[in-house]
Design a binder for this molecule. Structure first.
Ligand SMILES: [Zn+2]
Length: 413
């Protein structure tokens, strides 16, 4: 624990000031990536950085890096990052807390006239949310090699506007190579949990040890259309068969144990007529687990169950893989630094996985990375009602700050 004057009040004031850009009627925020408002949010961060002497580098995808030099020029920067963009009906803290907590670390170092051994850099990733331009986490994904720069620049929003054109239009297309952001000693990301665990358990922070592996599927059930007035016998009802499968998705996730999750978020029925027995039902499956082998077993159980339902009900069932994402482990040494920092401040914590994608998950492919969660009210996020308290924000910022300083090294300490 250092004597650097980190200020929870200053952090909160900055969160509230940033929240004015794109403020919504219900107390949330609509500051979608590459809109005029995103440009304004970026300009505010740049101004705050300039006030304390941070040097700003923007890359060709708009990722912003605000650097504070260290005493040892041979060391790579220790990074703190997250995102300023929001969902259309987003909250004031998802992503923003991580960026502005990093800014507070920089401000307090500046105020104390303190020097770190390694440089410290604050990163605002472009388009984490993927609301206007899909998929999410584009800026960090491209920087870490998950997409090419050309792919990202060519992405289009629903109106056919290219990512590259939208970025230029708001004046945030820089010249740096996004891949240069791989050149980091360590990466820390503070984020609201977007789940109920920490609040329910009365904890101050969560040390995120890994991101769950994911497998997504499209399941198509094919039966036979017939009149709703026809007898119940001999029906081949695609929706009733699908319903049985939807129930087993929940059961498969529960039986998988650990951090297994199973969700059916979308279903479409044909012909979707009130008095016709459905001939076709297509639904999505989203399986997640912290253990790849357990996730494989969940996928296997789905295929087995699909086979059974097909036989029992005389329907066709096709299970098609849609997308997959591997399990990502965060850096154990950095996670330990977060635990030590929390203990040092007397802040209660637990280890936990993230079931949700974050920039840190892509960064972890190239750089030792870790995440820290703070509680949020009711676990609600991607919602204008998203809410945290100033004390929760401060606790997360302090743990982040101490772990970052323990990594970068405080000169003379
Ligand atoms: Zn976020």
């Amino acid at each position: 624990m250092s004597n650097i004057p980190f200020s929870g009040a200053r952090l909160w004031d900055s969160l509230m000031e940033m929240a004015r850009i794109g403020a919504t009627g219900k107390g949330g925020c609509n500051r979608q990536a590459l809109t005029e408002l995103d440009g304004q949010g970026r300009a505010l961060l740049a101004r705050w950085g300039a006030e304390i002497g941070l040097s700003l580098t923007t890359d060709r995808l708009g990722n912003m890096a605000l650097l504070r030099p260290g005493r040892d020029a041979s060391r790579k920067p220790v990074a703190i990052g997250s995102h300023l963009d929001t969902q259309p009906t987003g909250g004031r803290f998802d992503g923003i807390l991580g960026v502005l907590a990093g800014l507070e670390v920089m401000r307090a170092l500046h105020e104390a006239g303190a020097e770190t051994e390694a440089p410290v850099v604050l990163i605002n990733w472009t388009n984490e949310e993927g609301a206007r331009f899909s998929p999410p986490m584009m800026g960090s994904g491209a920087a870490m090699g998950a997409f090419t720069e050309e792919q990202v620049l060519a992405m289009q929003d629903p109106e056919g506007i290219r990512f590259g054109d939208a970025l230029s239009a708001i004046g945030w297309a820089g010249e740096a190579d996004p891949a240069s952001l791989r050149d980091l000693e360590a990466y820390f990301e503070l984020h609201i949990e977007q789940g109920p665990v920490l609040e329910r358990e009365g904890l101050g922070v969560g040390v995120v040890t890994h991101a769950l592996a994911q497998q997504w599927f499209d399941v198509t059930v094919t039966g036979e259309e017939s009149h709703a007035g026809g007898a119940m016998s001999h029906r081949r009802d695609a929706l009733v068969a699908a319903a049985a499968l939807v129930q087993s998705i929940e059961a498969i996730a529960q039986e998988a144990g650990g951090d297994g999750r199973g969700t059916v978020g979308r279903i479409a029925v044909e012909p979707s007529s009130r008095n016709v027995v459905p001939s076709r039902a297509v639904f999505s499956v989203d399986f997640r687990h912290g253990d790849e082998a357990a996730l494989e077993r969940m996928a296997g159980a789905l295929r087995e169950r699909a086979q059974m339902v097909a036989t029992e009900r005389g329907v066709g069932v096709e299970v098609a893989p849609f997308w997959a994402f591997p399990q990502t482990g965060f850096d154990p040494a950095l996670a330990q630094r977060l635990r030590d920092a929390a203990s040092g401040r007397g802040i209660l914590f637990r280890d936990m996985p993230t079931g949700i994608g974050h920039d840190a998950v892509y960064v972890a492919r190239q750089v030792p990375a870790v995440m820290l969660f703070t509680p949020c009210r009711g676990g609600i996020s991607h919602n204008e009602a998203e809410s945290i308290t100033p004390a929760q924000a401060e606790a997360g910022m302090l743990v982040l700050a101490d772990a970052v300083l323990a990594t970068a090294g405080l000169a003379g300490a």
